[in-house]
Design a protein around this ligand. Structure first.
Ligand code: DNO
Length: 356
């Protein structure tokens, strides 16, 4: 397990690398050039500057989350080839600076979705919350209002340039059903995977969050079947998964321990966190502790330990605790607590393996 921590860059995050340095076991920083418009080539000088800054704190910079996919690629329209060429160029550049994994997603229009970014938990903290009935009763524009009024920081996947084109994008997606989206994902991967192999990089697709269709838009990485199908697109070792417990796990039908058993060896990157699912389909992000939520994180880490998992791991969204003012879900304190829980489980299970 190669422990990492997601960080949004200088001037773009309330957390500093000095602070992350004091969390036991963290070896690397998960980063991105968050200011780059989706679809632009990441230039070598920009990459170099960020990587060297991260490395100056003794961290590796081997995981990028995310190089986002332009909507033209997901839509498969006449502009996609140009954007795929740009993506290939970014892959080559990242490979030159030692990047090993690119996390990306293939969700139309929106990335992760919640209805409340600061929902109170009984312990006095707040956390990201998804209220099914609310989501079902609003339209995409109201959702965008919730996000823009709740956070002063631009959230990944919610790029301002995209938000201005919502109507147009929804029109374009009327032509795209799940099969078409699979086809477009296949087209993209078959183009970029050979470049990844040359550059020494693995693509790691992030599952859809939440794992079901919203506002009539197709979502395809929602279950074990989706992960299986992804792997049938190409046998290339560069065709990988980001094993994310919280996103797939907010559907109780997805058994995350079983999915860890089956897919860890094709997942160069893992996001580990808990969610509590309510009977009506709502869910809230709790502490990482297994008994606080609905996902069996003990079983997940046990399965990873049994497989001697050597991929990159990061804690995921945390609660906002101790009055921390931070990016929604991305504070220092609760994610640091989450890491210590994962470290404890890992040490316990790997020492059992050694003894056994
Ligand atoms: C949420 C994240 C996602 C993830 C992207 C990957 O906090 O897990 O936004 O970074 O879906 O492309």
């Amino acid at each position: 397990m190669n422990m990492t921590f997601r960080w949004y860059g200088r001037g773009n995050d309330t957390v500093t690398l000095d602070q992350i340095k004091q969390i036991p076991s963290v070896k690397g920083i998960v980063w991105a050039l968050h200011e780059k418009p989706v679809g632009d080539v990441w230039m070598k000088e920009e990459i170099k500057e960020e990587v060297e800054y991260i490395q100056s704190y003794g961290f590796h910079a081997e995981v990028v989350e995310s190089v986002n996919i332009h909507e033209s690629i997901k839509l498969g329209n006449h502009e996609r080839n140009q954007y795929i060429e740009n993506y290939k160029q970014t892959i080559r550049h990242l490979g030159e600076f030692g990047v090993k994994v690119i996390c990306y997603n293939f969700m139309p229009v929106f990335d992760w979705i919640r209805t409340d970014l600061y929902h109170p938990l009984p312990d006095g903290s707040t956390a990201l919350f998804y209220e099914k009935q609310k989501l079902d009763s609003i339209g995409p524009n109201e959702l965008i209002d919730i996000f823009s009024s709740a956070s002063t920081m631009t959230l990944p996947g919610w790029e301002p340039e995209k938000l201005g084109r919502i109507q147009e994008l929804f029109e374009a997606y009327k032509e795209i059903d799940e099969e078409k989206l699979w086809e477009n994902l296949g087209y993209f991967l078959n183009e970029v995977l050979p470049v990844c192999e040359e550059a020494g990089i693995q693509m790691a697709i992030h599952p859809d969050d939440p794992p079901w269709s919203l506002f009539g838009l197709p979502r395809i990485l929602t279950s074990e079947e989706g992960l299986k199908r992804l792997l049938t697109i190409s046998d290339s070792p560069a065709n990988g998964i980001t094993f994310c417990t919280g996103s797939l796990g907010s559907n109780p039908r997805n058994d995350m321990e079983a999915i860890a058993c089956k897919f860890a060896n094709r997942s160069p990157f893992a996001h580990i966190r808990n969610v509590k699912i309510y009977e009506n389909g709502d869910f809230i992000e709790t502490s990482h502790l297994t008994s606080d939520g609905s996902i069996n994180l003990i079983g997940v880490v046990k399965s990873l330990a049994e497989q001697n998992y050597s991929g990159y791991v990061r804690p995921d969204h945390g609660r906002h605790i101790w009055k921390e003012q931070c990016r929604p879900g991305y504070g220092l304190y609760d994610r640091a607590l989450g890491i210590m829980y994962l470290n404890g489980l890992w040490d316990a299970f790997t020492s059992i393996n050694k003894e056994g």
